[in-house]
Design a protein around this ligand. Structure first.
Ligand code: NAD
Ligand code: UDP
Length: 315
């Protein structure tokens, strides 16, 4: 029997946050979902609203807040490049001021706080696979910097609150994650390719498609975050699936799995788009007994079925 905790999840109405809320509610925890609904949707948490141990709070993490909690998962931040580049100043503010506010809350309530950091702290990495002790290769003035540098500064704040005030922190570096619950217009590669394939529209490959990413299924990632929160590992810890795919390879798999007539269409590669990304997950394996166990094909079957359902509903 798990002891019930009061848990705050910022960004709880987003893709990962809503799945985490659902898991923690089902385990009997008292869950508060905080979100400003920038990229999150009320429909993502609709099914939880009548649960006695779930509350939704419209709030922006850049504004300080006072609550009685035992644990905080800080996920508030748009994650898709089109969304975080829409209002880059707000993206940096969300990461940096949001981190200060959640760390202050943790400090005042003696709560443990987990930061949803990102593989983007490694930028366009020159070391493969990326281990946690690699410091990264980030353009500090580029169009991705609002996200990358915002998340890097948030990590700095987490470690300084830990060293200076003894706040109990956990820092997880999340690599590309996909699954049911993503928005149709999310803009990230897996949702784009699946939606385009299901509509028999051109599959948009940015660049020549030789860049690689390693895709982690949502449920594996959420399990990793919960294990990290309950562990004694401060981090940073990489959480992701270590198997890399090229974007061209991914497009071909999606076309085949959906039986689509879509053709591939090449577009310009966005500035500073990392060429290769692959996590070393030894630290998570040793410290959390965790690995991403869902192969891409299996995760795609569920994700394609989800998007098919969404498109059928939208007519
Ligand atoms: P998402 O965009 O679906 O969710 C982000 C949530 O944060 C949304 O509900 C949004 O409305 C909310 N939000 C944004 N700004 C806010 C603010 N100022 N105040 C309150 N709420 C705010 O993205 P996601 O994929 O669920 O990502 C969740 C977290 O995980 C993010 O912090 C992201 O950086 C991190 N992450 C995700 C991935 C991934 O592949 N999904 C990879 C690395 C890191
Ligand atoms: N990408 C693509 N077509 C799309 C969307 C993305 O080729 O329609 C590419 C993008 O340029 C990047 C990779 O897919 O190289 C992953 O992009 P995503 O936005 O999913 O995540 P991130 O770049 O943050 O890893």
């Amino acid at each position: 029997m798990v002891e019930s905790q009061r848990i705050l999840i910022t960004g709880g109405a987003g893709f990962l946050g809503s799945s985490l809320c659902r898991q923690l509610v089902s385990l009997g925890h008292d869950v508060i979902c905080l979100d400003n609904y920038f990229t999150g949707r009320k429909s993502n948490i609709e099914d939880l609203l009548d649960q006695h141990n779930f509350e939704a709070l419209r709030h922006d993490v850049t504004i300080p807040i006072s609550l009685e909690v035992d644990q905080i998962y800080n996920l508030a931040c748009p994650a898709s490049p089109i969304h975080y580049q829409y209002d880059p100043v707000q993206t940096t503010r969300t990461s940096v001021i949001g981190a200060v506010n959640m760390l202050e809350l943790a400090r005042n309530t003696n709560a443990r706080v987990l930061q949803a950091s990102t593989s983007e702290v490694y930028g366009d990495p020159t070391v493969h696979p990326q281990t946690e002790d690699y410091w990264g290769n980030v353009n500090p003035i580029g169009i991705r910097a609002c996200y990358d540098e915002g998340k890097r500064c948030a990590e700095t704040l987490f470690f300084d609150y830990y060293r200076e005030y003894g706040v109990e922190i956990r820092v997880a570096r999340i690599f590309n994650t996909y699954g049911p619950g993503m928005q149709i217009d999310d803009g990230r590669v897996i949702s784009n390719f699946i939606v385009q394939a299901l509509k028999n529209q051109p599959i948009t490959i940015y660049g020549d498609g030789s860049q690689t990413r390693s895709f982690c299924y949502r449920d594996d990632l959420v399990e990793g975050l919960m294990r990290m929160m309950d562990s004694n590992l401060t981090g940073p810890v990489n959480l992701g699936n270590p198997t890399p795919f090229t974007m061209l390879g991914l497009a071909e798999v999606v076309i085949e799995m959906t039986g689509s007539n879509s053709k591939i269409e090449y577009h310009e590669l966005p500035a500073d788009d990392p060429m290769q990304r692959q996590p070393d997950i030894q630290r998570a394996a040793d410290g959390l007994g965790w690995k991403a166990s869902t192969p891409l094909h299996k995760g795609l079957v569920k994700t394609i079925a989800y998007f098919q359902q969404r498109l059928d509903k939208n007519g």
